[in-house]
Each structure stands twice: as structure tokens, then as C-alpha cells.
Write a protein that binds this ligand. Structure first.
Ligand SMILES: Cc1cc2nc3c(=O)[nH]c(=O)nc-3n(C[C@H](O)[C@H](O)[C@H](O)COP(=O)(O)OP(=O)(O)OC[C@H]3O[C@@H](n4cnc5c(N)ncnc54)[C@H](O)[C@@H]3O)c2cc1C
Length: 410
């Protein structure tokens, strides 16, 4: 166990789970002057060979980038490696509907960056370890919590007792904290799995994210280095098993065919992994001295690369709400304070989740009527610049009620 900083077991806030979202919340709250305890089951990976690219990557939008900049984690991320993408091409199976997004059309340098998840975690941990008012409890987890009128007490596996005014659950989509609090989860099974790999293509990716909608699900090529793409191939569970088990040559050939060779032959593939696809939404984001953030609150289909971007918005808003409450001398674990967080985030997350379900249903099939409708939709959108620009700004995460920490520092 690592207890490098504070020596007492009383914190303002305890965060369970220090993946991308939990670590961001910890950095933001500590910078706002709170004493933060962080409980994480696993030590993160801190170093790896520069040329080795992990299959778990995320498309990070401008709002999330801004948050990471404001938390001083962005330089550490850039140092470890990021790949901007400036354009996006989306097309349908029969090559009849096509849409092209270009960041230049809205005066932006790029539409976002593709970054390995472990890069973001490592840079945020570097920050956490440099901030005096964060105490890390690693390689352990929570045995028991008891919420009282003044605080919440947490017993660790080791038997150690901690106390805080508020517990934040950032422990991912199978959140134990959410389950322990008895919060129900609505689950939608896509009956799909996402096969992920890092591949090298014969043609350059042109700093473009490519997405092909196949009847079995979307296939994305995300540029992840100057010569490689990370692929996310959402398909039926049975097909995914076949794609994982086949040899590399067979997989590369199938992948080239499935992408209609838009990037030419696939010359190399890394080992592959598959994730079953479900979306989940917690019935409530708050409980007694408890708030859920990130995948602990909501998990969505990866087709638009928005999952952790929503989680980072949760993080930024929760930090803002807690900071404001402290300035007004309001108890940070109280229901009215936590309700402000839930009210601001639940609608946005639910809308995105439902949109992903509808898009997936609309595109992942071969029904002739729907095929014509979606091709018409893609073509019309492509020709109507204001609609395209609106979608790009939405995807950048700079529209709507943007939390302070997701905006440029003044
Ligand atoms: C194939 C695929 C592609 C994706 N692509 C994108 C993309 O392009 N863009 C995007 O925005 N999102 C994407 N996502 C979604 C994104 O990966 C998730 O939204 C994100 O990882 C959630 O982060 P989190 O910190 O909330 O949870 P997690 O990453 O799950 O982190 C949870 C942390 O809590 C710890 N933990 C868990 N339980 C306990 C416990 N009991 N005690 C202590 N610690 C615990 C874990 O060790 C972990 O460190 C994708 C997802 C998939 C499956």
C-alpha cells in the first residue's frame, strides 16, 4: 500500500477507482484544495516500449483535452504520444451513402486525438503523485461502507478505516460501489462484440478516422500513430470469436475486404481482443454521501467514441459542483449539492446513450427500406454544411452546457 502523503485517515472525499475518470476527479478536487483519498485495486502501467501500441485507445475530444490541459496532465500525455485526426469519413455498406467531416470547415486544427488509455492514466497518475493533498491506497479495495449523518466510513480489505464527507464511485461499468449502494442499472444488450487490434495499412490513414457501417455492425479505423490504425470492429458475438481465433493473415485479408480496401491491404495486425457490447445506465447517479461518475454511471456503444468523453464531462461538472458548494459553505455530501450534479449530467448521458442505440439499430442491418433511408440521410447531411458543422461541434464537446474545466483557461 502506498501512503506517501497525508498521515490521517479522514479525507474530504474518497474516490474508488483511479482509471481515466477517477484519476481526473482526484486531480481536480485536490487542486481545488480538498483532501482526497484514492482507492485503486491495480497499480497502473507506467512505462512501455514507445513502438508498442495497446489495443485500448480512445478518441479524445476537445472538451476532454481542455480538462486534461487544465489538470496539467496534457503535456505528459503528449510526451507519451498522441495522434490527431483532422477528418472523418463515414460510409454505408453499398458505398451509396458517404459523409466527410473536415475540421478545417469549422476553423479547428483537428477533430480530436486518438490516445492509448494507459497513456492518459499514466499522465494523470503522475499528476496525482505530485499533489500533496492526495493519498493513494493502491492494490486494495473496499470491504464495507457505512453512510452516516456526518460522514461515510470506508473499511478497506486490509482492515484500515477511512472517513470522508463524500464517496465518489469511479470503479467502472461493473461498479461494486454502485451495487453495494443498491442502485439499479438498466442494461441493453447489443448482441455484438467489439474486436480491437492495432493494424498497419498499405495506404496512409491521412489523419482521418474511417467508419464503415456493415450489416453486422460498424468497423472503425482510428489513426493511432503515423503508420498504424487502431480498429474497433463491432460485429455479432459468433463472428467476433472467429475473428479472434483465425490466423493473422486470414484476419488481415478479411479486414481489408470489410473496409472495402479504403486503406489498401492490411499488412500487419497485433494480437486481438474482444469486448461484449452492452449499454448500461444507473437509475440514479447519487446515493447517501455517494456520487457515481464515468462508466460506473453509464456505459455506451463505442461507435461514436464518446464513452470516456462523457465520463470526463461528469468529472468536470462534479468538481465544479463541489467547488461551488465549498465556496458557499454547503456540505459537499448533501443531497441538494449532489442533485445539482445529477441533474446536469444524466440527461446528456442518457441522450447520447439512446442515440448510439438508435444509430446502431438503424445501420446494423440489411433491410432495403432502411438502407435507402440511411443512405439518403448520409448524403443529405454531407451536402448540408450547417448540419455537418453542428455535428462536428457537438462531437468536439464544446457545445451546450460546458463545465468550467472543459473550457480554455482564461
Ligand atoms: C472497444 C471500446 C472502444 C472505446 N472507444 C472509446 C473512444 O474512442 N472514446 C471514448 O470516449 N470512449 C471509448 N470507450 C469507452 C471508454 O473506454 C470508457 O468509457 C472508459 O474506459 C471508462 O473510464 P472509467 O475511468 O469510468 O472506468 P474504467 O476505465 O473501467 O476504470 C475503473 C477503474 O476502477 C478500478 N476499480 C474497479 N473496481 C474497483 C474496486 N472495487 N476497488 C478499487 N478499484 C476498482 C479499476 O482497476 C480501474 O482502474 C471505448 C470502450 C470500448 C469497450
Amino acid at each position: 500500500m502506498n501512503d506517501i502523503h497525508s498521515s490521517n485517515n479522514h479525507h474530504d472525499v474518497i474516490i474508488v477507482g483511479a482509471g481515466m475518470v477517477g484519476a481526473a476527479v482526484a486531480c481536480g478536487l485536490a487542486r481545488a484544495g480538498l483532501d482526497v483519498g484514492v482507492i485503486e485495486r491495480h497499480e497502473p502501467q507506467r512505462e512501455w516500449p514507445a513502438e508498442e501500441i495497446d489495443v485500448r485507445v480512445s478518441a479524445i475530444n476537445r472538451g476532454s483535452q481542455q480538462l486534461l490541459e487544465n489538470l496539467d496532465a496534457w503535456p505528459g500525455i503528449v510526451r507519451r504520444g498522441v495522434q490527431p485526426y483532422r477528418e472523418m469519413r463515414v460510409w454505408d455498406n453499398l458505398d451509396m451513402g458517404d459523409i466527410h467531416f473536415d475540421s478545417a470547415a469549422i476553423g479547428e486544427a483537428d477533430l480530436g486525438h486518438i490516445i492509448q488509455n494507459r497513456t492518459i492514466v499514466a499522465a494523470l497518475w503522475e499528476q496525482m503523485e505530485s499533489i500533496a493533498n492526495i493519498r493513494l491506497y493502491t492494490s486494495t479495495t473496499v470491504e464495507k461502507t457505512v453512510a452516516g449523518s456526518k460522514d461515510i466510513s470506508v473499511t478497506l480489505e486490509s482492515g484500515e478505516h477511512l472517513h470522508a464527507q463524500l464517496l465518489i464511485a469511479a470503479d467502472g461499468s461493473n461498479s461494486q460501489m454502485r451495487d453495494k449502494a443498491g442502485i439499479a442499472v438498466h442494461i441493453h444488450d447489443f448482441h455484438q462484440s467489439a474486436v480491437v487490434a492495432t493494424v498497419t495499412t498499405a495506404n496512409p490513414h491521412e489523419e482521418t478516422a474511417w467508419q464503415h457501417f456493415l450489416p453486422t455492425g460498424p468497423l472503425a479505423f482510428l489513426p493511432v500513430s503515423s503508420t498504424q490504425c487502431s480498429i474497433v470492429w463491432s460485429t455479432t458475438a459468433e463472428h467476433a470469436v472467429g475473428l479472434i481465433e483465425m490466423d493473422d493473415a486470414g484476419f488481415c485479408q478479411l479486414l481489408a475486404e470489410a473496409s472495402q480496401q479504403r486503406l489498401g491491404e492490411i499488412t500487419h495486425s497485433s494480437a486481438r481482443a474482444a469486448y461484449p457490447l452492452v449499454s448500461k445506465h444507473a437509475e440514479t447517479y447519487i446515493g447517501s454521501r455517494l456520487a457515481l461518475v464515468g462508466d460506473a454511471a453509464h456505459q455506451i456503444h463505442p461507435l461514436a467514441g464518446q464513452g470516456v468523453n462523457l465520463g470526463f464531462r461528469d468529472a468536470a461538472l462534479l468538481i465544479e459542483v463541489i467547488e461551488d458548494a465549498r465556496q458557499r459553505n454547503r456540505p459537499i455530501g448533501s443531497r441538494p449539492v449532489l442533485r445539482r450534479y445529477e441533474r446536469s449530467r444524466r440527461g446528456d448521458n442518457l441522450l447520447t446513450q439512446k442515440s448510439m442505440e438508435v444509430i446502431n439499430r438503424l445501420f446494423s442491418n440489411d433491410k432495403p427500406g432502411l438502407r435507402q433511408l440511411r443512405n439518403l440521410g448520409l448524403n443529405l447531411t454531407d451536402r448540408f454544411a450547417p448540419a455537418k458543422n453542428f455535428f462536428m461541434r457537438q462531437a468536439l464537446g464544446m457545445e451546450g452546457d460546458v463545465p468550467r474545466l472543459c473550457k480554455p483557461r482564461w
